[in-house]
Design a protein around this ligand. Structure first.
Ligand code: AMP
Length: 415
């Protein structure tokens, strides 16, 4: 079955086509700056050695991006061929989306009218993500009328978290009526970490207790026991947990009531929580760890900026440390601490600082492996005498979406 995986951002669209179950990637593409006349389009078909980039593309809406992708996919020169013949739209058996959340549908689901309505019901919890996906799914349904569509909801890996860790101390009615509870996100990423590490285990059960640190523009820490999520730092929404690039992370709810009572408008408050918080808010000048690390070293920045960058980095490391400590206790120990996503894969300094923050658990980094990790893929970076292994696992969320989509539709066909 050919499975197309699509990720939607507020101004971007990504595509990756897999032949399942072999998991052979057939082509991939990316449209940036959707909603403008200045779109950028990348397409690659490694098998046919075809790659192209176009700038200044008119992409007023998602359907224009989908059309552009379709024309490359079906193109005689650069398109995908199956057994020597050009593919047709109807050969794409299923499309999987890394959807975020839907009320009452937390696993992997066919995108029926009910599931789409449940996504709509939770639009206020993830306004940007759910808004983008609802629009994109509607456009894909027009462009691929015969393909089945799956939502691989970002909550799916966390349905195994025990209820006592999910529940907030709120009136129980809020949970029953509105579903307010810790749902957890970044499922595709943490599930990939668990599957990848345990795949090499050869039945030795070396990796029973994993703490997975997805550190990127959006961050979350996950406790994994025997391959299943048992806790995640996100909450009901993607706002919670460690500070993100622009989002605050964990926040005492009375701060919001206090600020509203003090005359702050709802729009100002929302902007502080979503855009002007996190690393951006703490540093006051950048949401990007590369800038903050440079500034903290005093490179080309004023002393005030250097100081604020150091502070932002300290807050970040402390927040990650808190979750590692909590999850160590919840898991009853640790076999592997894993780093993934933009920061986790690319920042030796932050990996070293985070590992040092957990030194009381006996973990230690091999400096040479840590510093030369770039471009080496999945890599062990712990010292020989470390009490738990430290790993870098490059993120591959698309393959999880493809696997889950394939599983859903082959299971329902067999039933
Ligand atoms: P992601 O959301 O996983 O794509 O991660 C993006 C983030 O990774 C960026 O905003 C940076 O903060 C961070 N990042 C990427 N490369 C580096 C690097 N070489 N050093 C530190 N942080 C990095």
């Amino acid at each position: 079955m050919l499975v197309l995986v699509s990720n939607a951002g507020s101004t971007s669209l990504k595509f990756k086509l897999f032949d399942m179950p072999s998991e052979r990637p057939l082509c991939e593409a990316r449209v940036e700056r959707v909603g403008s006349g200045e779109g950028i389009y990348h397409y690659q078909n490694a098998e046919r050695n075809a790659a192209l980039r176009e700038d200044g593309l008119a992409v007023p809406g998602y359907s224009d991006g989908i059309r552009r992708f379709l024309s490359s996919l079906l193109d005689g020169e650069s398109g995908v061929r199956l057994d020597g013949a050009a593919i047709r739209i109807e050969d794409v058996g299923a499309i999987g989306f890394k959807t975020v959340l839907a009320k009452g549908y937390y696993a992997v689901h066919e995108l029926s009218a009910e599931v789409l309505a449940a996504m709509e019901a939770y639009r206020p919890v993830a306004p940007v993500h759910n808004g983008a996906y609802l629009e994109v799914i509607a456009r894909f349904k027009e462009a691929f009328p015969r393909s089945r569509m799956a939502g691989v909801f970002e909550t799916f890996f966390h349905t195994t978290i025990p209820l006592e860790r999910r529940l907030y101390g709120i009136p129980y009615e809020w949970y029953r009526r509105y579903g307010v509870s810790r749902l957890g996100y970044h499922s595709a990423s943490h599930s990939y970490v668990a599957q990848t590490l345990r795949a090499d285990d050869e039945g030795e059960k070396k990796y029973r207790r994993i703490i997975s640190c997805h550190l990127g523009g959006s961050c979350s820490i996950c406790a994994i026991l025997d391959g299943k999520s048992v806790d995640n730092s996100f909450g009901f929404s993607l706002q919670a947990g460690v500070p993100h690039a622009n989002r605050t992370g964990d926040l005492d709810p009375y701060i919001m009531l206090f600020l509203l009572d003090s005359g702050m408008s709802m729009n100002e408050l929302r902007a502080g929580l979503e855009k002007n918080g996190g690393m951006m808010g703490l540093s006051g000048f950048s949401n990007d760890m590369r800038d903050l690390e440079e500034a903290a070293e005093g490179k080309g920045k004023t002393p005030e900026r250097a100081e604020r960058a150091r502070l932002a980095l300290d807050v970040f490391v402390t927040a990650v440390q808190r979750y590692i400590g909590q999850y160590y206790a919840e898991l009853g120990g640790l076999d592997a601490l894993v780093f993934t996503a933009g920061i986790g894969e690319n920042s030796p300094r932050l990996r070293k600082r985070i590992a040092a923050s957990a030194a009381c658990f006996g973990v230690s980094v091999d400096d040479s492996a840590n510093e030369t990790a770039k471009g080496r893929g999945k890599l062990l970076i712990s010292a020989a005498d470390s009490a738990a292994e430290l790993w870098i696992v490059p993120a591959n969320e698309e393959i999880i979406v493809a696997r889950e989509t394939y599983k859903l539709f082959t299971k329902t066909e067999a039933a």
